[in-house]
Write a protein that binds this ligand. Structure first.
Ligand code: SAH
Length: 390
């Protein structure tokens, strides 16, 4: 028997609409349950709406992973089925002979709040975001083993440990993979360090956008700002770019980027450990045919949206001013708090202030292994535009 949370009258709508978050303000009666326990969510009339993980200290009191009005068993088999279903979906979209880097589970996007699982070749990296998932982690590891991933690295962010009471992670569960490992994305090899690298080791969400850049790069001068390990740079090189410049302020990132260029035997590449704002300010005008602008999230909270918007605008103005006439800009924001419309308005402001004709050629987003749960629009975090600058 699970403990229960009862919603206030009139606060069931979002749950009936399958939004997975129960906010503290919507709860009439809190259960005497501990952090992370699985609980039943009931309407004011005591109807069962679903099952979720309890987080008594968070504003999101419960994260629902199953919407149902029937009593179900939640056990090892239940979690295995969930992870198998996520894997089946990936198999439809990812050609594993060309790509063995993909996201296997994308939290709410896979109806599995609180967990991200990224696959790098034979290694799985499991990032636990809430206590509830930590309590079932053995079942997740069991499922990953069953799917053929024996090497599992458990990654935890420090702020998650503090806020959600998740115990220390950052360790190997069974077999250890020597770092850096190598894995492949669209037939390009990458060194990936899941222990020391950013995120789970790589920015998997840019796979499709990198592919598009590759197709457009033949004989072009390409600038990849905020390059990290050189994802975009390598596709541009493979696509026949005349010259590719990668810029990142992190020395480790640039070292990894250089190693990745070597790993694939590409030429025509130069890297710069520098601040991208400064680099763009000082670089030659009308030299680059294509500029990629993929900064880290500038707005980590809703209160920092205004400053973040200013940052995106300045950055994009620099790009628009520097690019060769007829050039292309791939510009992105991965800030959850800046939505598609706001991002477009920011770019509009940048283009207007530069007094240049700018056209949107494509709207860019996250790939199919980062699915957006239709009931949870917050999951749509990566937005981008392919711009043509006259
Ligand atoms: N485009 C990359 C991911 C970018 S992540 C990819 O496809 O893999 C953001 C990167 O920006 C990080 O590597 C971080 O080190 C770098 N960074 C953050 N602030 C910076 C700044 N002001 N100047 C240069 N690089 C910066």
């Amino acid at each position: 028997m699970f403990k229960q949370i009862i919603l206030k009258s009139g606060r069931e709508r979002s749950l009936i609409n399958r939004h997975p978050w129960v906010f503290s303000g919507a709860v009439k009666e809190l259960p005497k349950a501990s952090n992370g326990e699985i609980i039943e969510v009931l309407s004011n009339k005591n109807e069962l709406l679903g099952y979720g993980f309890f987080s008594p200290n968070s504003q999101i009191t419960c994260r629902v992973f199953e919407f149902t009005n029937e009593i179900i068993s939640i056990n090892k088999k239940f979690w295995l089925k969930k992870i198998e279903a996520a894997f089946e979906l990936r198999k439809q979209f990812i050609n594993q002979t060309q790509t063995n880097i993909f996201r296997l589970a994308h939290a709410e996007g896979d109806f599995f709040p609180g967990v991200i699982i990224d696959i790098y070749n034979k290694t799985a990296v499991c990032q636990i975001l809430i206590k509830g998932v930590e309590l079932i982690k053995e079942d997740i590891f069991y499922a990953l083993n069953k799917l053929g991933f024996a090497n599992i690295y458990l990654k935890t962010k420090q702020n998650t440990q503090l806020l959600e009471g998740v115990s220390e992670g950052n360790c190997w569960i069974a077999e250890k993979t020597l770092m850096p490992l190598t894995a492949t994305e669209n037939e390009i090899d990458f060194y990936i360090d899941v222990e020391q690298g950013q995120k789970t080791g790589f920015f998997i969400d840019q796979r499709e956008n990198r592919k598009m850049l590759g197709k457009l790069s033949d004989e072009k001068n390409v600038l990849n700002t905020f390059s990290y390990s050189g994802g975009f740079s390598l596709y541009a090189l493979k696509g026949g770019a005349k010259c590719v410049h990668s810029v990142d302020s992190s020395k480790d990132a640039i070292e990894l980027c250089n190693k990745n260029v070597e790993l694939n035997n590409f030429k025509n590449h130069q890297s710069f450990t520098e601040d991208c704002f400064l680099f763009l300010k000082n670089c030659q005008e009308n030299f680059y045919d294509i500029i990629v602008i993929d900064p880290p999230a500038f707005a980590k909270h809703s209160r920092s949206v205004k400053n973040a918007a200013r940052g995106y605008k300045n950055l994009n103005m620099l790009g628009i001013n520097k690019i060769k006439p007829g050039g292309l800009i791939f510009t992105f924001s991965c800030s959850q708090h800046i939505d598609k419309d706001l991002f477009r308005k920011i770019i509009f402001g940048a283009a207007a202030d530069c007094k240049k004709n700018v056209r949107v050629l494509r709207q860019l987003s996250q790939p199919d292994d980062h699915p957006i749960n239709i009931f949870h629009p917050e999951g749509e975090y990566l937005k981008g535009l392919l711009l043509y600058v006259e």
